[in-house]
Design a protein around this ligand. Structure first.
Ligand code: PMV
Length: 353
């Protein structure tokens, strides 16, 4: 390893799943395939500085990981165990990890108490930076290898993070009808997509910015021995097949049915596990009902999806942006905490800065 010091900086976006990943087969192997829109504005920007350790210097060679963590410019001790665990998991794939001291300097473009999970964007941004160092040490590597391995590493940090490496739509998990799909990394949706989905919009309504009631690792475990698990995993395959057709035909009515059903199924799984959880808040339901009423009355192709929390993602094509934003301002903002919402849209994935 001939590189002494240096730094890289990557930005990685968040993503929103249309078919949800909920349940694991094995450590970080999904029980079913998922597909997501990569976002554009909600992202993590991470700078990785590295310096080779030497026996003769202050940065001595030890058999442990050595890193400092800064969040928004200030030391952040409580994120360190997560990074430590990530380093342990990926060491076999990145043998140089113990040879360097790292300074990880990270920030999000979205408010950190917003209830938007930063694990996908955060783990993806760290994986991209580590791959830049890996590439500097092994310059012969191909671009394909670089991105596949980056997604592979991100998955080991947080499953959904493997879908934040690339844009604009990413599939993660083996699925017969998607060429190149894998349980080990996310791949760009390989087919041509109908123009209805070009610049698709996601306005994120912040209903509850509180701490997550259920961490996603606890959540995934709730699917072990869940009475409906097997049927749910089959359903995800079926919904992905339907979405493959929808992406080609541009059928927004069918899109809405699949996406909203996926969101409600995710929450049904949590309501019917032991222990059980209700992660929606009263305002989540108010928003869902208002969207349904507006859609019925105006025939606007707008729908919602949810993550494992109370916030609502409002999804709609670009050509109805003006009217939907007006509807959101008039009728939905009142249900958001401090009237907060974030405007986002489909984006291109991680970028080297
Ligand atoms: O990546 P994790 O382990 O935080 O799980 C994410 C799970 C959901 O956000 C609820 C669904 C998904 O596919 O992103």
């Amino acid at each position: 390893h001939s590189i002494e010091t240096g730094k890289f900086q990557w930005s990685s976006p968040s993503n929103i799943a249309l078919v949800k990943y909920w349940g694991k087969k094995d450590s970080q192997i999904p029980a079913n395939p998922s597909v997501s829109f990569t976002l554009n504005n909600c992202k993590t920007i991470t700078k990785l500085a590295f310096a080779k350790k030497h026996t003769s210097s202050a940065l001595s060679v030890t058999d442990t990981f050595s890193f400092d963590l800064l969040f928004e410019g200030k030391p952040k001790e409580d994120f360190k165990p997560k990074i430590q665990q990530f380093f342990e998991r990926v060491l076999v794939y990145l043998p140089f990890l113990k040879d360097y001291h790292f300074t990880i300097d990270t920030q999000n473009t979205f408010p950190h108490s917003s209830g938007i999970a930063s694990s996908a964007s955060g783990m993806a941004a760290l994986a991209m930076n580590l791959m830049s160092l890996e590439k500097a040490l092994n310059p012969e590597m191909t671009e394909d290898y670089f991105y596949h391995k980056a997604s592979f590493l991100a998955r080991l940090g947080s499953g959904s993070a493997c879908r934040s490496v690339k844009g604009k739509m990413v599939v993660w998990g083996n699925h017969d009808n998607i060429q190149g799909s894998s349980d080990l990394f996310g791949v760009e949706f390989p087919n041509v997509v109908h123009e209805n989905f070009k610049n698709f919009q996601d306005t994120i309504l912040l209903v509850d910015k509180g701490e997550k009631q259920v961490s996603s690792s606890v959540g995934h475990n709730l699917m072990n021995g869940h009475p409906f698990a097997e049927r749910r995993f089959e359903q995800a395959h079926e919904n992905l097949d339907k979405l493959i057709n929808v992406f080609e035909s541009g059928n927004l009515e069918e899109f809405i049915t699949i996406v909203e059903s996926e969101a409600l199924t995710l929450h049904s799984m949590m309501m019917t596990s032991i222990p059980y959880f209700i992660l929606m808040k009263p305002n989540t339901l108010e928003i869902i009902n208002a969207i349904w009423k507006y859609r019925n009355e105006t025939k606007t192709p707008v729908c919602f999806t949810l993550d494992a929390g109370a916030n609502v993602h409002v999804l709609y094509p670009e050509n109805v942006k003006e009217s939907v934003l007006q509807f959101i301002k008039n009728e939905l903002v009142g249900y958001c905490q401090n009237g907060q919402y974030l405007c986002d849209e489909i984006g291109d994935g991680s970028q080297l800065l």
